[in-house]
Ligand binder design. Structure first.
Ligand code: OGA
Ligand code: MN
Length: 214
């Protein structure tokens, strides 16, 4: 009993503020979700893949409704292969796994998996105001975005703008190490155009597809 209590307590200490913010306003931000060396390695990997031309224009919608539409979003993405993680991808997934378990425990969620891609917004690209959950496929529960851009200044722009239900906006700059969590179903947000290429690791904690829910 005592051991379980200690373990649960550790969970809470590390994630309690994040989870508290998520419950109170639907989104949360922290600077120390992962240590700087992990952020640097993720940036290095994304940057290499991007230089090698491995990113593809991102689309909107799912299945038959999928289409690329740069009037809505102008980023390029590279999906991680869950079955063939690189060493740094394995490490990041392990951190997300701890968060997944903490969220399930604290909020009685049934998060079962994590889908994730690198994203690059080239200078001037943006993503119009939207929510992350699809109408038809509603598995996405929590959006998790880690920014990996070294030496990002205010003038570089590219903020994540989050709207609260009353319409007030909060801007989060995509600085290396900043980690944002949003409720995928409710929280409206947009990406403002950056002045230089803006890199992130963008993922979603998901519940089971509808047909497998009880
Ligand atoms: C998204 C998104 C936000 C960001 O990919 O759906 O909203 O700050 N990204 O990159
Ligand atoms: Mn989004």
């Amino acid at each position: 009993m005592r051991d379980r209590g200690v373990a649960a307590g550790r969970f809470e200490d590390r994630f309690s503020l994040l989870i508290h913010q998520l419950v109170e306003r639907g989104w949360a931000v922290t600077e120390d979700f992962v240590p700087p060396w992990i952020v640097r390695e993720l940036f290095a990997e994304a940057h290499d893949l991007w230089r090698q031309g491995r990113f593809r224009p991102a689309g909107i919608g799912r299945g038959a409704h999928y289409r690329v539409c740069s009037e809505i979003r102008g980023d390029v993405i590279f999906w991680w292969d869950e079955d063939a993680p690189t060493p740094i991808q394995r490490i990041y997934r392990a951190e997300i796994e701890r968060l997944r378990l903490a969220l399930n425990e604290a909020l009685f969620l049934s998060l079962v998996e994590f889908e994730v891609h690198y994203a690059v917004f080239p200078p001037g690209a943006f993503y119009q105001r939207h929510r992350d959950r699809f109408r038809m496929a509603d598995e996405r529960m929590i959006s998790c975005i880690l920014y990996v851009n070294p030496e990002w200044s205010d003038e570089d722009g590219g903020a994540l703008r989050i709207y609260d239900p009353q319409g007030a906006a909060s801007d989060i700059l995509p600085r290396a190490g900043t980690f944002a969590l949003l409720r995928s179903d409710t929280v409206e947000h947009e990406v403002l155009p950056p002045r230089r290429s803006r890199f992130s690791v963008t993922g979603w904690l998901r519940r089971r597809p509808r047909e497998f829910r009880i």
